[in-house]
Write a protein that binds this ligand. Structure first.
Ligand code: SAM
Ligand code: SF4
Ligand code: SF4
Length: 354
């Protein structure tokens, strides 16, 4: 069942192609879960948490509003019951959450969960790489928007240096977390002139750079289409320096399209959420730091699972809440991105988790 013919498809009644427990109105199974463990961050990336808004007056979530590790652990068990086996810990900056390693071991211990990953800005990675690996983290993604220090410092807007991120990547590699994915959000006129340098730096290593089209997440970054560098242009730029060949996806629904260096020295990924949306295969749910479930990165509203947890809901009741949200899911924001979606109130990336 593809997304185009969903009108004739009843919510949740088609056979589940993947064997997991629940499918949405477009026949997409619930397979992976991203959990934001904090809405706070020590960076102020201009495209995510611009300083003008995320300043001293900004009201971040109070500690008691955040899900506790025990609450997250319980929810992971409920999601695993539907066949979810991949968990990504994110934020805000997840390494700012004290004891996040304990959460990783707790999530790892849930039956059915076989892949626990984390996305980080690497500011604390040198310090934490070995404890994260020891806790059972399977893989890590590090965000790094340019190797040009001036460009990078202007983008993170707190003066964090490229060398510190590279040291974090090295520490993660030494701790056994390689291959590492390196996320670079490409913005026209900001860092697009450094795309090829990034490729050059990691070519021939086991690490994989993933170029991400700048997206219209949230409302604070004043996104406009002119700021987007289409994935095909990114591939063309790199291919001119280092010829690339398309590679098959590692699995159905992989968000990054893969390109291999023709000389066999590795690969890159390109995430074209804007110019070639992949809503048709989107099997991802998200839980915000305060325990709301979202079924799309661009959603306006979530479902409050924290209140249920704190009111003493049983696992069956929680599972029913998740099921009833998922079977009604009809999100395909990126496919509809146009005047129809302009002006909608959307949650911020730092809140929902990237
Ligand atoms: N703080 C961590 C980090 O930066 O890796 C984790 C959270 S961050 C929200 C997750 C990812 O989302 C990062 O790779 C970031 O670059 C990306 N991101 C944030 N805002 C974005 C936007 N508007 N468009 C595309 N990617 C974005
Ligand atoms: Fe922080 Fe990550 Fe957002 Fe940058 S992209 S401000 S590091 S949450
Ligand atoms: Fe999934 Fe929403 Fe992104 Fe489409 S826009 S791929 S439904 S998160």
């Amino acid at each position: 069942m593809t997304i185009e013919n969903h009108e004739d498809h009843d919510a949740g009644t088609a056979p589940d192609p993947s064997g997991s427990g629940v499918i949405d109105t477009f026949g997409r199974a619930l397979k992976d879960l991203r959990i934001s463990v904090t809405d706070r961050c020590n960076f102020r990336c201009r495209y995510c948490m611009p300083k003008e808004i995320f300043n001293r007056d900004y009201e971040f979530l109070e500690r008691e509003l955040l899900l506790s590790f025990e609450e997250i652990h319980r929810l992971v068990g409920v999601f695993a019951g539907f066949g979810v086996n991949k968990i990504r810990i994110t934020g805000g900056e997840p390494l700012l959450r004290r004891g996040v390693e304990d959460l990783i071991s707790m999530v790892k211990s849930v039956e059915g969960i076989n892949d626990v990953t984390l996305t980080t800005n690497a500011s604390l990675l040198q310090r934490k790489a070995s404890s994260l690996a020891a806790a059972g983290l399977d893989r890590i993604t590090v965000s790094l928007d340019s190797l040009d220090n001036e460009v990078f410092m202007a983008m993170n807007d707190v003066g964090f240096s490229v060398d510190d991120v590279l040291a974090g990547i090295e520490a993660a590699g030494n701790a056994g977390l390689a291959p590492i994915k390196i996320n670079m959000v490409v913005q026209k006129g900001v860092n697009d002139h450094t795309v090829v340098d990034m490729a050059r730096h990691f070519k021939g290593t086991s690490h994989i750079v993933r170029y991400i089209e700048y997206m219209d997440v949230g409302t604070t970054n004043h996104w406009c289409m002119d700021d987007v560098v289409p994935g095909k242009d990114i591939v063309a730029m790199i291919s001119e320096a280092f010829p690339l060949e398309p590679a098959d996806p590692n699995y159905t629904g992989e968000v990054a399209s893969r390109w291999k260096y023709a000389d066999g020295t590795g690969e890159i990924g390109v995430i074209t959420s804007v110019t070639q949306p992949f809503c048709a295969t989107c099997t991802r749910a998200r839980i915000s730091a305060e325990g709301s479930m979202y079924t799309c990165l661009f959603a306006s509203n979530g479902t409050d699972l924290r209140s249920m947890l704190r009111a003493g809901a049983t696992d069956d009741e929680l599972a029913e809440a998740v099921r009833s949200v998922w079977i009604r899911r009809d999100d395909r924001y990126s496919q509809l991105r146009s005047s129809r979606t302009a002006g909608l109130r959307k949650v911020e990336m730092s809140y929902i988790g990237g």
